[in-house]
Ligand binder design. Structure first.
Ligand SMILES: [Fe+2]
Length: 393
C-alpha cells in the first residue's frame, strides 16, 4: 500500500511538471500612435508598465502595428518616432523576466507610408527571424515557443512596379501577399507536432468598427453594388486567408488597426482585435436604428444606411436586434487594452486588461487598468471550439 502511494505521488509530480513545462504566457497589444513624437506616451507608458509589473509570467509581447503616426514625405521622422516608441516601451524592453527579444513587432499601415519605410522598419527591429518570404524578410516571419507556433504576417506592403522608374511606387495596403508562404509555414508547424498556432497581422479579417471600409476585405469607401473586380479580388483574398487559418486549426488571429477591443469566433477561429494602446478609441459598426438611419452618429464611421451595403457583402448579422458583426458571439469594448494569453495544453485562457477613455475624449485615459474580459479558447487540435456558429464566411 505504501509502495503504491509513492508510485502515485511520483507519477502525479511528473505529470504536473510536464504540464507546467508546457504552460506559458505571452501578451499582445497594438496601435499606440499619438501626438507626442508620433506616440500617445501617457497611455502607452501606463499600459506597458502595468503589463510589466502585474504580469510577471508573461514571456514576451507581440505588438500588432501602428506604433507611431509615421509620415508620408519624411521617413526620417518616422524613424525618430519609432526610436521614441522603443523608449516608451522600456518597461518591456528592460524586463529581465521576459525572454529575447522580449518584443516581436508587426508592421502596420502607419509604419509604411513612404518607399523608404520598409527598410527603416527592418533597421529599427533587427531582432526578428529572416525566415519569411523573400520580398518580406523582417516583416513576415515565424517562430516556435514551447508547444506553440507564432506567425507574423505583413498586410501593409509597399509596391515597386518598375524598379527603374522612381515614380512607379505606391502603398499596397490591406492584403496578405504571400498566402503560399503562410500555408507552408502552418503546415510545417502542424507536421512537427505543434499544439497551438497564433497568427498575427495588423489588419483584421472582420472589421468591427472604424474600418468597415478596409481591413483585409478592403471594400473601399462609398461601396457600390454589384462589386467591381478589384473589390472581388480583395474579398477572395481575405476568404483564402481565413480558409488557411481554419484548415490548420489556428487558435487565434490577433491583430489591431481598429482602435478598440473585440473578439469573436468565426467558423471556429477566434479573431481578437487588441487595438488601442493609445490611438484614438473607435466606435463599433452602426446598429439598426428605427429613425435617422441616414445620420452619422458622433464618432461612427458611417450611417447605418450606408453600412448595410457592407454588411450584405460581408454577410454580417444586421437589422433589428442584430449586432452588425460577423458572428453572434461578438464581444467588444471601447477601451485601451492589452491581452494576456495563458497557453495550456488543452486550452488558452485569454485575459484582457484595459481602461476607458475620459468622457468626451478618445485618447485620454481616465480610469485604472483592470480586468475587462476573460474567455477560454479550447484545445484547437483535439476538439476545436466550434460552439460559436457564425452566419457565413
Ligand atoms: Fe492601422
Amino acid at each position: 500500500m505504501k509502495k503504491q502511494f509513492w508510485i502515485l505521488t511520483i507519477l502525479s509530480f511528473t505529470l504536473s511538471t510536464v504540464l507546467v513545462a508546457q504552460s506559458f504566457k505571452f501578451a499582445a497589444m497594438s496601435d499606440s500612435r499619438g501626438p507626442y513624437n508620433g506616440v500617445n506616451d501617457p497611455v502607452l507608458s501606463v499600459l506597458a508598465s502595468h503589463l510589466a509589473e502585474s504580469q510577471p509570467d508573461v514571456k514576451f509581447v507581440v505588438f500588432a502595428g501602428d506604433m507611431v503616426n509615421g509620415h508620408e514625405y519624411d521617413p526620417e521622422r518616422t524613424l525618430r518616432e519609432l526610436e521614441h516608441w522603443k523608449d516608451v516601451m522600456s518597461p518591456i524592453y528592460n524586463n529581465k523576466r521576459m525572454v529575447w527579444p522580449r518584443l516581436w513587432p508587426v508592421v502596420g499601415n502607419h509604419e509604411v507610408r513612404n518607399r523608404k519605410d520598409e527598410g527603416n522598419f527592418r533597421k529599427t527591429f533587427p531582432d526578428v527571424f529572416s525566415n519569411g518570404p523573400d520580398d518580406e524578410k523582417g516583416l513576415s516571419y515565424s517562430f516556435d515557443f514551447n508547444n506553440s507556433h507564432f506567425t507574423i504576417i505583413n498586410t501593409d506592403n509597399w509596391y515597386y512596379g518598375d524598379p527603374l522608374d522612381t515614380t512607379d511606387d505606391r502603398r499596397d495596403w490591406h492584403y496578405v501577399k504571400n498566402l503560399d508562404w503562410l500555408e507552408k509555414d502552418l503546415y510545417s508547424a502542424r507536421k512537427r507536432g505543434i499544439e497551438h498556432i497564433f497568427v498575427f497581422s495588423h489588419e483584421m479579417a472582420f472589421p468591427t468598427g472604424g474600418h468597415l471600409r478596409d481591413g483585409l476585405p478592403n471594400l473601399g469607401r462609398h461601396l457600390k453594388l454589384p462589386l467591381d473586380s478589384t473589390r472581388v479580388w480583395y474579398l477572395n483574398r481575405r476568404n483564402k486567408f481565413w480558409d488557411i487559418l481554419k484548415k490548420y486549426n489556428v487558435d487565434a488571429h490577433i491583430c489591431g488597426h481598429e482602435h478598440l477591443y473585440a473578439r469573436q469566433s468565426v467558423d471556429g477561429v477566434y479573431e481578437i482585435i487588441t487595438g488601442s494602446s493609445g490611438a484614438p478609441v473607435y466606435h463599433f459598426n452602426p446598429k439598426y436604428r428605427a429613425e435617422n438611419i441616414d445620420s452619422v452618429y458622433p464618432g461612427e464611421e458611417m450611417s447605418y444606411a450606408e453600412a448595410v451595403k457592407y454588411y450584405k457583402v460581408l454577410h454580417y448579422f444586421y437589422g433589428q436586434g442584430e449586432n452588425s458583426q460577423a458572428s453572434k458571439n461578438f464581444v467588444g469594448l471601447r477601451a485601451f487594452n492589452y491581452t494576456v494569453y495563458d497557453v495550456r495544453k488543452d486550452s488558452v485562457i485569454v485575459e484582457t486588461y484595459g481602461a476607458f477613455p475620459k468622457e468626451k475624449t478618445n485618447n485620454i485615459l481616465d480610469s485604472p487598468i483592470k480586468l475587462i474580459d476573460k474567455f477560454v479558447i479550447k484545445n484547437t487540435v483535439a476538439g476545436k471550439d466550434s460552439a460559436n456558429a457564425c452566419k457565413s464566411n
